[in-house]
Design a protein around this ligand. Sequence first.
Ligand code: AMP
Length: 372
Amino acid sequence: MISLTIRRLAGSRAWKPPLARSMVLVRRQARETIPSTPIKVLRTVDAVRKWRKPQVLDHRIVSLVPTMGALHEGHISLIRAAARESHQVVVSIYVNPAQFGIKEDLASYPVTWDNDCKILAKLDRELADDGGNLGRISAVFAPTTNEIYPSGFPGQEVNSKGSFVVMTPISELLEGRTRPTFFRGVATVCLKLFNIVQPEKVYFGQKDVQQTVVIRNMVRDFMLPIDVVVGQTSREPDGLALSSRNVYLGERRRNVATVLNRALKAAEEQYHNGVLDRDTILKAANSVIADTLNEQMALGPEQRVKYEVDYISLADPSTMQEVTNVDPKVGGILSGAVKMLPVEAPQPGEDLGHSDGPAVRLIDNIVLEPSA
Ligand code: AMP
């Protein structure tokens, strides 16, 4: 009698045993796609593993393009490169809290899921029409923080306890000096993403040059069977490197934001003229930065833009350690970080940028290619 009642209830629409309900949820997630595309949206490690398994048997080359979303042409160029060289491209979209410092812009970091989906849908149609591609975008992996940190999120403090990948000394240099937890967060999340997706190739942007060296070193030192491919920096026509953070700038600071690229180019010119010593090369960059700041300071507070230089560096390409002379057989990396301060005396109706224009840290770099 009792079992009959349960069976009847179970058969009714109003009730489902919890297990069956969660299975429906998993099945629904597995079927989720970006609207009007075949691109799967995978949200769990389990869903990625289920998707990945048959690709091994079919000898498909799977690549991964890790991103934090707010997609722009820089991300798109990496996805295009991945589609040329692999059958299945997975794009991950995950704003990893572990790579933000406690005082950084995690809370206001632009999250633009619907627009990202539109960009990926348009790009996938282009990839389908272009016969030069080996593959297309197969899936977007968009996990939650609970999924990525199964033992609980370890926190953003320098002394947080948890399972981390720590790459030293490189993580302590340059970006790491100002952002001491940044590369620990990046290396840790990338190892997780690599283990989840198991890509043959991963694509990173030259824009974040120190990140590319950290990832290359991690792949080498932990014997990961992965090719690291680095795509060149995508820029605005005036040279500003594209970045998801450029939306914070607003018009006034956007116009001055080219200063870093102009400074690095001036230094590059020295190298192309045959100069190899650090002081002369970096002097050219520092002059552009000082001259531009002087020009700004001659303006009134309602017009000017102030910035602070975090570093201007000339480093070895494989260690990111500073060099006193460029070895022309090895080349070098010119890189810099400049903090654009919030505008003074905002004018009525002035476009201050996303989140009312907080301080924005811009980074950029130029590779000094070795001479033949
Ligand atoms: P993000 O979403 O900022 O974490 O960046 C994801 C990937 O896109 C990283 O490998 C970045 O180096 C790369 N990327 C970001 N901006 C650019 C750019 N302007 N040009 C090329 N790659 C970029």
